[in-house]
Design a protein around this ligand. Structure first.
Ligand SMILES: Cc1ncc(COP(=O)(O)O)c(C=O)c1O
Length: 399
């Protein structure tokens, strides 16, 4: 059963606010749903740490996934080193960075598996330098850009990730890597953000949903083709890829169908921030919340919450704001949105919110919530089971 407003009110009575909470029962159900989405596909699932940013929850998710889940997708070398220090292993840093490499190399020297991402020679050289200094060889994946480029490449639909757009670009970089002492190419990643990260049933711009679905339908076969060709191109260069990674929460159904893919990634779906409510065919449950205190009643039908301006990254718009979740019937005042210190809400909830009551929100993005709070209150069966630090609560901030 999803938590009701009255459950939150009981749990938070007398507690400091703002507070962030995770419903562990809902999290378990999301883990089971995502595990079911990869079951039978022959792929394993890598958990995107950026969409969790909480060591205790990452451990729970990995444990809940059993054999179907393998390893973490990290977002920075420093973060990977931090997680390796926490005893986690099989870490893929999916975003190139030239900082924090000595720590990564030191963990690799101690036997950890940490792989890095590259899309150019400059990154490879930086990785190699750190590797040689530590007396190791660093494993690298090459990132193929899989944005949709119709009209002979004149249109670029999707995010701008990597300059490696064609299989021959990947082959070229693999050849360069082969000449650099200290790095070894072991795989390929292509992240189809315009499928996996594009809500196609969003209430924020509903008129564009049909176009988004067409974009997805047209690009999925192209992604599969270019990824398979890039893997073949790597093989021709003498690289037999150990890891071919693709996808995200929003593309599990399509990425798991690709024969050349060895593993898919998911992160946001575990905590299911509100942007993951708006995908056709997806049924995940909200599992992460934050609660603000009603601190004043400035006008009839309006309650003002303390804090709340936790705006998410990405293309600016109303969908980047948290959504008032419970009690139902609360909405933003259009000219104010979510405020730095105060957030007024129109109140049609009918529950008679009073000063001191909690209002429950959901963040747009799953991991970014953790950058606002030192700890999560972990709730099971409607009871507080534990309170555990986020990355931020550990003093760990990686960007
Ligand atoms: C490389 C990569 N893979 C996978 C994902 C999917 O993560 P999530 O499931 O949190 O959307 C992302 C998200 O940005 C990503 O950058």
């Amino acid at each position: 059963m999803p938590l009701a407003w009255s459950d939150f009110a009981r749990l938070l009575e007398g507690a400091p606010l703002p507070a962030a909470l995770v419903d562990l029962d809902a999290l378990d159900r999301n883990v089971a749903a995502i595990r079911a989405a990869v079951r039978g596909s022959g792929k394993t699932l890598r958990v995107a740490s950026k969409s969790v940013r909480h060591v205790g929850l990452l451990r729970r998710i990995l444990e809940g996934g059993g054999d179907a889940f393998r390893g973490l997708m990290c977002y920075s070398p420093r973060e990977a080193a931090f997680l390796a220090g926490e005893g986690l292993d099989d870490l893929l840093v999916a975003y190139p960075s030239t900082r924090g490499l000595a720590d990564v190399a030191a963990h690799v020297a101690r036997g950890k598996t940490i792989r890095l991402m590259a899309d150019g020679v400059a990154q490879l050289r930086a990785y190699a330098q750190a590797a040689r200094a530590a007396g190791v060889v660093l494993d690298v994946l090459l990132e193929l850009d899989v944005a949709y480029q119709p009209l002979g490449g004149r249109l670029h639909l999707g995010v701008l990730r990597s300059p490696l757009r064609r299989p021959e670009d990947v082959a070229w970089l693999a050849r360069q890597a082969a000449r650099i002492d200290g790095v070894r190419v072991v795989g390929l990643m292509g992240y189809e953000a315009h499928v996996a990260g594009l809500p196609d049933a969003t209430p924020f711009s509903p008129a564009l949903n049909p176009m988004r679905r067409v974009l997805k339908r047209l690009s999925v076969p192209e992604i599969a083709a270019v990824r398979a060709e890039a893997v073949e191109a790597l093989r021709r260069e003498g690289v037999d890829p150990i890891v071919v990674n693709g996808g995200g929460t929003g593309s599990l159904a399509t990425t798991t169908r690709e024969a050349c893919v060895t593993e898919v990634t998911a992160g946001s779906g575990f905590l299911c921030s509100h942007l993951f409510d708006y995908y056709v065919g997806q049924s995940l449950e909200p599992a992460a919340f934050f609660a603000l205190e009603v601190c004043r009643l400035p006008a009839p039908g309006v309650v003002t919450c303390f804090g709340g301006g936790y705006v998410a990254s990405g293309e600016p718009g109303w969908d980047r704001l948290p959504i008032p979740w419970l009690p139902r019937g609360l909405s933003y005042v259009a000219m104010e949105g979510a405020g730095e210190v105060q957030t007024p809400l129109r109140d049609a909830s009918g529950v008679g919110l009073a000063v001191g009551d909690p209002v429950v929100f959901r963040h747009a993005k799953a991991g970014e919530l953790a950058e606002r709070f030192d700890e999560y209150l972990l709730v099971r069966s409607g009871r507080l089971e534990a309170r555990e630090p986020t990355y931020r609560g550990r003093g760990a901030c990686f960007g």
